[in-house]
Design a protein around this ligand. Structure first.
Ligand SMILES: NC(=O)c1ccc[n+]([C@@H]2O[C@H](COP(=O)([O-])OP(=O)(O)OC[C@H]3O[C@@H](n4cnc5c(N)ncnc54)[C@H](OP(=O)(O)O)[C@@H]3O)[C@@H](O)[C@H]2O)c1
Length: 383
């Protein structure tokens, strides 16, 4: 029996992970955590017989502790860390959104506990230090992002040097093919209606701007040690091929499947075993045709900004990520236009040039600075 802690269990990945656990005789949940939604968290704990939960929001933790007496409630960011380090678990699923996920990632790897990682922001922000920590403690990182799960499956059996290039596919989001003029007045609701995946709000907007693919580019670089020039992004609107690897002997391997996050979640939670997931087999005849196109990085500038920040290295990806989180939040609140998201991130990257990263504290500092600056830039744009 594998004992798992799920941080971010009330979100899109978290709830799908609990559905996977319910069908698996090999998994037991021993801890659950969320940001502030204490009622759903308490319900999940009761349903899964969990006796330790944590809420990042201190007030929400206090309310949960008052109404739920069947176990321990930990509070604050340090409560999430304690949930991971103070229990006895074999695997942590990090399904938090945003750079708030970095603390739980460090705590997990620092303890030598294996990590199923959905929170791509952990690697975007702290890639070098996070990978070094995993190497030092021997903890494994199994990606949950569908493209990276695909790559993990495609690359694991290859010898070093056999992989020439990797390809991440992107659906292109709801605005694929539109011009900048057509994007000027798009609404929050339009941006939130993703054509192929059902996900949390932040990643859905990231998919519409193509920032999601930029974050995934950085994630892939750290997970697989692939140079940025050898990572290609291709738009594939059907979201059936999740990733491709081109090998040195001319063979190219693709990973295929209907877009359903239960597949990579189940893979990460059971790895190296594979278990049944109740899904219909891929019907190639019904699919008929799969199409591919180059991303439009003039219109969808976030992908270009991410590639530039990745190449600059140091604190630049951390600034990119923090600035994006603030800009997306402002867009969702109605305080920023869709195209302004890329504009404010570009300004933040210009005003906060890359600095070297020696300690995690360098990242927390750069993150705070970028958030402050982007808030000011956002207010300037919306004023
Ligand atoms: N959704 C997908 O299909 C998908 C696919 C690939 C990768 N991912 C990645 O997986 C991660 C989670 O995405 P999601 O779509 O599941 O997000 P989501 O639906 O927004 O859920 C986010 C979870 O994180 C918690 N949370 C938010 N802010 C927090 C904070 N400051 N401290 C502690 N907990 C916090 C939320 O708790 P509350 O409920 O209390 O707010 C919730 O449990 C992201 O990194 C995303 O890029 C998602």
């Amino acid at each position: 029996m594998r004992r798992i802690v799920i941080v971010g269990s009330t979100g899109s990945i978290g709830t799908q992970a609990l559905a996977v656990v319910e069908h698996s005789p090999d998994l037991e949940v021993v801890g659950l955590a969320a940001g502030s939604s204490w009622e759903p968290l308490v319900e999940q704990a009761a349903r899964h017989g969990v006796t330790r939960i944590a809420l990042a929001d201190g007030d929400a933790a206090a309310q949960a502790a008052e109404s739920w007496t069947a176990g321990d409630v930990l509070g604050g960011a340090e409560g999430l860390v304690e949930l991971i380090t103070g229990g006895d678990c074999d695997l942590v699923l990090n399904a938090l959104v945003g750079s708030a996920g970095l603390g739980p990632t460090i705590a997990t790897l620092g303890e030598g506990i294996d990590l199923a990682l959905a929170n791509k922001e952990s690697l975007v922000v702290g890639g070098e230090l996070v990978m070094a920590l995993a190497a030092a403690t021997g903890a494994r990182i199994i990606p949950v992002d569908s493209e990276h799960s695909a790559l993990h499956q495609l690359i694991s059996s290859e010898r070093p040097g056999a992989v020439d290039r990797i390809v991440l596919t992107a659906s292109g989001g709801p605005f694929r093919g539109r011009t900048a003029a057509e994007l000027r007045d798009v609404t929050r609701e339009q941006a939130l209606s993703h054509p192929t995946w059902e996900m949390g709000g932040k990643i859905t907007i990231d998919s519409a701007t193509l920032m999601n693919k930029g974050l995934e580019l950085i994630e892939a670089h750290h997970l697989f040690g692939t140079g940025y020039d050898a990572i290609e992004v291709v738009v594939h609107p059907q979201s059936i091929i999740h990733a491709v690897v081109h090998l040195n002997d001319g063979a190219s391997l693709a990973h295929m499947g209907y877009p359903d996050m239960r597949v990579p979640i189940s893979y990460a939670l059971h790895h190296p075993e594979r278990v049944d997931v109740p899904l219909r087999a891929l019907d190639l005849v019904e699919l008929g045709a799969l199409t591919f196109e180059a991303p439009d990085t003039d219109t969808f500038a976030c992908l270009r900004l991410a590639r530039d920040a990745a190449r600059a290295g140091g604190t630049a990806p951390c600034v990119l990520n923090a600035s994006n989180e603030i800009a997306v939040h402002a867009f969702l609140e109605g305080g920023l236009g869709f195209l302004d998201i890329a504009r404010v991130i570009e300004r933040a990257l210009e005003e906060l040039p890359a600095r070297p990263v020696r300690h995690f504290s360098d990242l927390y500092e750069a993150d705070a600075e970028a958030r402050d600056l982007t808030r000011r830039l956002t207010e300037g744009v919306s004023a």
